[in-house]
Design a binder for this molecule. Structure first.
Ligand code: SF4
Ligand code: SF4
Ligand code: SF4
Length: 350
């Protein structure tokens, strides 16, 4: 059966092959099948023949913006430290971008991690991506051996079972509250354009947590991160976390302990969330990557809500708008500065 996904897969293969055959790009970044049916993997095609491996479906959840700076760097001619880049244009990369990934690319361009001219972006509107944990929960612990996906439904099957569910039921939490499915920068469109979505109460879960008193909120936070094994898969999946040495890996000075001590773990999560403040596009890659099912996206979602309320800012929507924490406007709220310590605990009313 032909679906939006199978049509998009064919279009991506066709466009990627043409880009590689013409020499316009040196590599194309997309997705290939993973080792089990519920997982896909980022994949770099470096020859026209390799584009046959490209796929597109609702399980393509890793944010491709994360891999672009490293891939582009790997295509540059080797040079000694301090040696200037070679003259002439550097090799380009083709890449697929949905709404949130394209916004991360905008942020990377704004933060001088990417050069727009070195990208050929195939933009694709996202119908919402699938949460493999929701599929696994539907299967009730049985091994999923095949997945069929259509516009409105998903069918999973395995030994002795075949189950159908509405696609909406198994979408990732971030996709359920996504309002901008269309890429904001692109060179060629794949598939149909989807309208901006109206989401009723997009921050409902955050507001629920905000209504807790401080002790309950702290207890909720500790409970949420108690099974964190500090594997850093969440950080490694995030296109915002490109620091050459992350603060958790530094040992001179050592900012935070390396163990799974609850205080060290809390510091990791609080600091990482704040490092993403005003930059996070709610792509959900961090949560999809976590082996422990921790909903750490809620921490960045809270800061997203604050940025929207305090600075009317949504990251990456406009390449010409500076990121909220790298600029200053006279109308910016600064109650904590004006009113001093009396107001500090109620900054932003939270
Ligand atoms: S958590 Fe902070 S320091 Fe670590 S990589 Fe991310 S942004 Fe950099
Ligand atoms: S913090 Fe998570 S949701 Fe936000 S941009 Fe990074 S990976 Fe995406
Ligand atoms: S991916 Fe999950 S377990 Fe690993 S560090 Fe992040 S929150 Fe902890």
């Amino acid at each position: 059966m032909e679906t939006l996904f199978s049509q998009a897969t064919e279009a991506i293969k066709r466009e990627a092959r043409a880009l590689l055959e013409s020499g316009e790009v040196a590599a194309f970044l997309g997705f290939a099948k993973g080792s089990i049916p519920t997982v896909t993997r980022p994949f770099v095609a470096r020859s026209p023949e390799e584009t046959d491996k490209l796929i597109w479906n609702g399980l393509c959840v890793m944010n491709l913006a994360n891999y672009l700076p490293g891939l582009l760097k790997s295509l540059e001619p080797a040079r000694r430290p301090g040696e200037p880049p070679p003259e002439g244009p550097l090799p380009k990369v083709g890449v697929i971008a949905t709404g949130c990934w394209s916004r991360n690319m905008v942020i990377q361009i704004q933060e001088n991690q990417l050069i727009r001219e070195r990208l050929v972006i195939l933009g694709i509107d996202s119908p919402g991506m699938i949460d493999r944990r929701k599929l696994e929960s539907l299967a009730g612990g049985k091994e999923i051996q095949a997945i069929e996906e259509a516009e409105k439904k998903v069918v999973i099957s395995g030994k002795g079972f075949r189950l159908e569910t509405a696609r909406q039921e198994v979408l990732r939490d971030n996709c359920l509250t996504c309002t901008h499915p269309s890429p904001v920068i692109l060179d060629k469109k794949i598939g149909p354009t989807m309208p901006e979505r109206h989401v009723h109460e997009p921050f409902a879960r955050i507001e629920e947590i905000e209504r807790m008193d401080a002790d309950s909120r702290w207890a909720w936070f500790q409970k949420e991160i108690e099974c964190c094994i500090r594997c850093y898969a969440c950080r490694n999946a995030c296109p915002l976390c490109y620091c050459p040495t992350c603060f958790v890996d530094d040992s001179h000075p050592q900012w935070v302990g390396k163990s799974v001590d609850p205080v060290d773990t809390a510091i990791f999560h609080i600091l990482r969330a704040y490092h993403c403040a005003g930059r996070c596009t709610d792509c959900g890659a961090c949560e999809s990557a976590c082996p422990m099912g921790i909903k750490m996206r809620l921490f960045t979602r809270k800061l997203q809500k604050d940025c929207l309320e305090l600075f009317a800012s949504e990251p990456g929507l406009d390449i010409n708008s500076p990121l909220p924490l790298t600029t200053y406007g006279p109308e910016d709220p600064e109650r904590f500065i004006i009113n001093g310590s009396k107001q500090q605990g109620t900054q932003g009313g939270k």
